[in-house]
Design a binder for this molecule. Structure first.
Ligand SMILES: [Zn+2]
Length: 236
């Protein structure tokens, strides 16, 4: 029996990390419900009503969307991610459909905490399936609709998700042994590649980065050159 499950953001992030999915996922497609609007939202009963509409009126096996986001940031798992959705004609086999319960043609996404929570969920999906912000698409790219609403802008949305992705990645902790000194090296996501700056590590080792990429294709750490003052001190 199809049903829906409300999860907290950490629970949802864990579910996305761990749920077995054998179909290939190549995009995340963002929608709004249009009706019900954000002001119509009444929690779980609203999500159930959408599922019942999809099943009874459309004849689908379950809610067409995989994830629905309430205006206050409630997260609902709907159709299992392992199964193709029914949310975007021609794109369902290899995509995940996330829908905001709102009418972003007339309602302002900035007014609802759910907008950012949805971006956090999309960021978790990108990480799980090794996708980039360019793999986020709006329904209107594939259909003669405004979905997910005129007040959402794709470039800005992708940028916001990229910021959320960097936050979720957190610091990479390098532990030096022996001694177990922990050094935080902040990673950032660029075009789907996670780049980690190892300079904090070099600094902790009292070294500097000696860039020999051009002629040898290698980067070395070397002990910092003594300052003039240190040398003078030594000669005294
Ligand atoms: Zn849509």
């Amino acid at each position: 029996m199809p049903t829906e499950q409300q999860l907290s953001l950490p629970e949802c992030q864990q579910h996305i990390r761990e749920v077995p999915v054998s179909r290939a996922i190549r995009s995340v497609i963002v929608h709004h419900t249009w009706r019900p609007t954000a002001s119509n939202y009444r929690g779980l009963s609203t999500v159930r009503a959408v599922r019942q509409y999809h099943m009874k009126q459309r004849g689908w096996s379950d809610n067409g969307y995989h994830i629905m986001i309430g205006p206050s940031g409630d997260i609902f798992l709907c159709r299992p991610i392992s199964r193709a959705g029914a949310h975007c004609r021609g794109q369902n086999q290899d995509s995940i459909g996330l829908s905001y319960i709102a009418n972003f043609d007339s309602e302002d996404p900035a007014d609802y905490p759910g907008t950012e929570i949805g971006q956090q969920v999309v960021a978790a999906l990108l990480q799980r399936f090794s996708l980039t912000p360019d793999d986020i698409h709006f329904h209107r790219e594939y259909a003669n609709k405004t979905c997910p609403g005129r007040n959402l802008h794709l470039d800005e949305y992708r940028h916001q998700v990229e910021l959320r992705t960097s936050e979720q990645a957190g610091d990479i902790k390098v532990v030096l042994l022996p001694g177990s000194q922990v050094i935080a090296c902040r990673p950032r996501l660029e075009d789907g590649t996670t780049r980690v700056d190892l300079r904090p590590l070099a600094t902790a080792l009292d070294c500097e980065v000696y860039d020999h990429l051009a002629d040898q294709g290698k980067v070395y750490l070397r002990k910092k050159a003594k300052t003039l003052r240190d040398l003078q001190h030594l000669s005294e």
